[in-house]
Design a protein around this ligand. Sequence first.
Ligand code: APR
Length: 238
Amino acid sequence: MKKLAVLSGAGVSKESGINTFRDSGGLWEKYPVQQVASIEGWYADRALVLDFYNARRRDLKDRRPNKAHRLIAGLEKYFQVTVITQNIDNLHEQAGSTNVIHLHGEVTKAIGEGEDPTDPSNITDIGYGDIRIGDKSRRGNQLRPFIVWFGEPVPMIGRAASVVSECDMLLVIGTSLNVYPAAGLVNYIKYGTPLWLIDPNPIRVDYGNYTQITDVATSGMEKFTEMLLNGGLADGQE
Ligand code: APR
């Protein structure tokens, strides 16, 4: 089976009712990113940061995958699909995607402050519950969201880069490609590998020939799927 890598961002969850970060009315307009999504912000005011992610976790409880998530999951019938997402929600998994790399962590998980995020025994699945000051990990450290904040390393970036360097096609959907190292993943595709973008706004990518479907995620994915399956781009469809 051909390998399809999908790099997704907040735009793919927008039609599920979850705000993006940098669109007008986005999250960072309401909450200064340095205050709620950086390691400095955590040290400055742990309770504020816990409240921010408690609110996002509670909101996620009522959100469902949209058609874009479902179409991406459905491509696993025709491709070996790896989803590399910048999103901390679990909507790709809820839609049925079985191979998801969360570059920026997962809001339904927690870890003890200062503990190694690459050690699975440090990660606790908390579902949609709150984390409070005083909640401790089994090692006795204050629990924090299992999120990669600005100013922290991105443990999964190496694995994501090899997925992109080995893929036969890369789809970038719903991301402004503003944040590194995630945005730099586009540079790992082998020369000549087809690159597709789905975004309602024009996205500039410094790569040879690429195709942008200028549309929202749901209808963009319908067009992309149509093109893949009817264009014979899936395996065994010469
Ligand atoms: N369908 C598809 N794309 C959409 C839609 C939609 N309905 N609505 C908006 N978009 C696009 C926007 O045009 C933009 O390009 O989604 C993108 C959202 O960009 P950002 O808000 O910057 O989100 P993202 O790229 O995921 O941010 C990356 O930045 O703040 C950090 O850690 C955070 O993971 C996040 C990272």
